[in-house]
Design a protein around this ligand. Structure first.
Ligand SMILES: *Cc1c(COP(=O)(O)O)cnc(C)c1O
Length: 375
């Protein structure tokens, strides 16, 4: 059997056409019609005033922190259970990441622990300057509570929706709750531009500033005039052409990922001790990756890793859940507010192949391997 990937690019029918169009018109770079159309698709989908397409989700986070005025020594609260790219941009700003653990329902930032972190940091004279909350694996975080606590202390929220395009919470798109939301179109995400990202916001001033500094902060003058530091972070008209085609099939991609989740669940749920994360009544997950937990009361420690190795032997890629950032050597010096939830998830969980281009037959093969192991 050929290699089964965790989550590989899945092109639709129109991507090449939009890219070819850019070649035909020699609008290969820089910005252009594909960029404009892609941004319109994004802002429509999320029902936000502005979407600015950028070279990556990381670039979007970096600019989000900059436009919020994050500077050297500022404390920024960040979900601990996430990919390191959620927090690296805090370091780019010479600010200080402080990590907050997750709750058990959504695996995202625990609102109560978040408030504890805020009040404790305030006591130390280090009121957090921003909060980065993540919708991990596409599962919406408890945004009502998070936003109301953040408002109480007047701290802006940046929503890392890199994995959650197409997910909603109370019928509102993930990425549209915070002061700023960010998206990623990296190769393994639910849709891809081969590499890219976007910053979304309802605040037109924020978007205007991001458009300005993401394109080298050129002031209107015949010569190059700069009043502030610029970045070369814009998405090219070629990549945006891929994104345009991908946006046309996003609904299908979400549907397929959800079907794959349902198939895994139907077959593996029968086994005592294999658990899945469920949506709450008011949330809809794009099910970017299907994850399973091997409950410690039923399985020996390390079962997740043994299953991963078994799958690897059969040319099937699976992956541990994100290693919490408070456990990462690069952040060893950083303060964290923990409750054991993400440590436990990392110790017992596994991400299964979930790409929307996987057939039922291939998913069933993965299921059969797991069943054979637990027997
Ligand atoms: C992928 C990802 C990012 C970074 O996006 P890039 O486009 O790869 O820079 C940030 N946060 C999370 C949660 C991600 O999964």
């Amino acid at each position: 059997m050929s290699k089964v990937w965790l989550s590989s690019p899945h092109m639709g029918e129109k991507e090449q056409e939009y890219v070819l169009e850019a070649f035909r018109t020699n609008w290969v770079a820089p910005l252009g019609p594909n960029v404009d159309a892609f941004e319109k698709q994004l802002s429509d989908l999320l029902s936000v005033n502005e979407a600015v397409s950028l070279s990556s989700g990381s670039a979007a986070l970096h600019l989000a922190l900059i436009v919020l005025g994050i500077k050297t020594g500022d404390v920024v609260l960040c979900q601990s259970f996430t990919f390191a790219a959620s927090a690296f941009p805090i370091n780019y700003c010479n600010a200080i990441p402080v990590f907050v653990d997750s709750e058990k329902d959504t695996w995202n930032m625990d609102p109560e622990l978040m408030e504890e972190a805020i009040t404790d940091q305030i006591k130390k004279g280090k009121k957090p300057a921003a909060i980065i909350v993540v919708h991990l694996y596409g599962m919406p975080a408890k945004m009502n509570q998070i936003i109301s606590i953040a408002e109480k202390y007047n701290i802006p929220v940046i929503e890392d929706a890199a994995e959650a395009l197409g997910s909603t919470y109370e019928n509102k798109a993930c990425g549209s709750f915070g002061k700023i939301g960010i998206l990623s179109f990296n190769g393994n995400k639910i849709i891809t531009t081969s590499g890219g990202g976007a910053l979304v916001s309802n605040d037109k001033d924020i978007a205007a500033k991001v458009r300005h500094i993401s394109a080298q902060a050129k002031e209107p003058a015949p010569y190059y005039l700069h009043k502030e530091t610029g970045f070369n972070y814009r998405l090219s008209n070629i990549c945006a052409g891929i994104g345009r085609g991908q946006m046309e099939v996003l609904t299908q991609r979400v549907e397929r990922r959800r079907q794959i989740f349902d198939l895994y669940k139907k077959e593996l749920k029968q086994i005592d001790g294999i658990n899945f994360i469920e949506e709450s009544a008011n949330s809809f997950s794009n099910r970017w990756l299907t994850t399973v937990i091997f409950d410690e009361n039923h399985f020996k420690p390390g079962t997740n890793e043994q299953v991963r190795q078994l799958l690897e032997k059969h040319n099937i890629e699976s992956r541990p859940l994100w290693k919490p950032l408070h456990q990462q050597p690069v952040f060893a010096e950083n303060k964290s507010y923990c409750n054991g939830v993400s440590d436990q998830l990392f110790a017992t969980g596994l991400c299964l192949p979930s790409g929307s281009n996987l057939t039922d037959e291939v998913v069933t093969k993965v299921i059969d391997e797991i069943k054979s192991f637990v027997k």
